[in-house]
Write a protein that binds this ligand. Structure first.
Ligand code: NDP
Length: 402
């Protein structure tokens, strides 16, 4: 019954439990027997891993988003006493179950509805799913305020800024800095980048992440998304959110206060650190990672991002400034283009080009004042982007005829 410091265990739901963030969340939880209980775990298609995790962590409920896998899940959990569910509505129902803490770690706009369900019952939400804030930031934040939910950023840069903001009055903040590792192509020429394969784009030098965010890091669209995410989370105007390339990935974020003080958060490049800080919030707990060895590191470098090789960052900033439907178009177009790249249907540099093209279409004029309108923008942008991807000739990609 009693967890850490004699309290009731904190009940946790993990949306996207089989992913990189989901598994790291459960690994941190496993370090603290008795401190947490698992209410629900969800996945899209990976039934075997979902069932394994549900049994291992004694979840009350396991939900698979793909309804065609439901039977498989039920069979895998037969005799365990764990409830099962399938489909999009079941994901929302999982988020509605009475867990105090919900880790929102589904990738993409698919995470929006279940994350909102957690927000609407006033839960503590660990937000990894940045796409929620990119496509529906103002509406999402309005729901957070209306329902008194607590939003804790899991993204390492935002988690760092969140921590550094505890050191001063938000009214005294002049700007924040989000650091970027620079990804696998920090020093690649544009010619090399044109010929990049999915395997190379997903091999990140410092972080081990899911495929989509790894590609987003390689194009630096991820950093553009993070600027939008920071704008909504911290209420700062776009020019007050600076991006610096920091190849060592030791400093994750900084806050500059009006007296010239800069407060930074440093730590190993391991998502278990920000995950643990949200799970234990407002306390701290160990999470099984080694310490950052500053002496071994020796030096910290900071460089400006290269706008020519990484145009996606400026495209995302433009979408933020434009507002309305533009950020939802940005997100949807990027999801479709990244998937097309991962399936070898377009080239690496096409991703940023196609997304920028979509922001030049009448899609951005669509109304985007309600969740229904945002979802309509999302659907339309996906259709148009899919057509734009088809219009590229895949045979030209690597000269292999693949
Ligand atoms: P992964 O691809 O590793 O995992 C995604 C998870 O979401 C899996 O559990 C997957 O299930 C599930 N999922 C995927 N699509 C759907 C869908 N349509 N409906 C329901 N569930 C779905 O992603 P990451 O863990 O890397 O990233 C998750 C989120 O966290 C992203 O928004 C990312 O931007 C953000 N983030 C990730 C970081 C990282 O280090 N990985 C760092 C900072 C932020 P299945 O396994 O069955 O496919």
């Amino acid at each position: 019954m009693s967890g850490a410091r004699g309290r009731r265990p904190r009940r946790v739901t993990v949306l996207g439990a089989t992913g990189s963030i989901g598994r790291s969340t459960l690994a941190v939880i496993a370090e603290h027997p008795g401190r947490f209980e698992i209410e629900a775990l969800t996945a899209r298609t990976n039934t075997a891993e979902l069932a394994r995790l549900a049994r291992r962590h004694r979840a009350r409920l396991a939900v698979i988003a793909d309804p065609s896998r439901y039977r498989e899940l039920r069979e895998a959990l037969a005799g365990s006493g764990i409830e099962t569910g399938a489909g999009k509505e079941a994901l929302v129902e999982a988020a509605e179950r009475p867990a105090e803490f919900v880790m929102a770690a589904i990738v993409g706009a698919a995470g929006l509805a279940p994350t909102l369900a957690a927000v609407r019952r006033g839960a503590i939400v660990g937000l990894a799913n940045k796409e929620c804030l990119v496509s529906a930031g103002p509406l999402f934040m309005a729901e957070v305020r209306r329902h008194g939910a607590t939003l804790l950023p899991v993204d390492s840069e935002h988690n760092a800024v969140f921590q550094a903001l505890l050191g001063g009055d938000p009214a005294d903040v002049e700007k924040i800095v989000l650091t970027a590792s620079g990804g696998p192509f920090l020093h690649a020429s544009i010619e090399e980048m044109a010929a990049v394969t999915p395997a190379r784009a997903t091999a990140h030098p410092n972080w081990r992440m899911g495929a989509k965010i790894s590609v987003d890091s390689a194009t630096m669209m991820n950093k553009g998304f993070e600027v939008i995410e920071a704008h909504h989370l911290f209420g700062l105007p776009e020019p007050a959110i600076e991006v610096m390339v920091h190849p060592q990935s030791a400093v994750h974020g900084l806050v500059l206060y009006r007296d010239g003080s800069m407060l930074a958060q440093l730590g190993p490049a391991d998502m278990r650190v920000p995950i643990a800080s949200t799970l234990a919030w407002p306390e701290r707990m160990r999470c099984g990672v080694g310490r950052l060895d500053l002496l071994a590191l020796g030096r910290l470098e900071f460089l400006p991002p290269d706008p020519d090789r990484f145009p996606a960052l400026a495209t995302a900033r433009e979408a933020l400034r434009a507002g309305g439907a533009a950020p939802a178009v940005l997100n949807a177009a990027n999801e479709v283009a990244v998937q097309a790249f991962l399936e070898n249907r377009i080239g690496f540099l096409d991703i940023a080009r196609i997304v920028a093209d979509m922001l030049g279409t009448p899609l951005v004029e669509m109304p985007a004042d309600s969740m229904e309108e945002i979802l309509a923008v999302d659907r339309e942008a996906r259709l148009r982007t899919a057509r734009a991807c088809e219009a590229r000739n895949p045979r030209k990609l690597y000269g292999t005829g693949a």
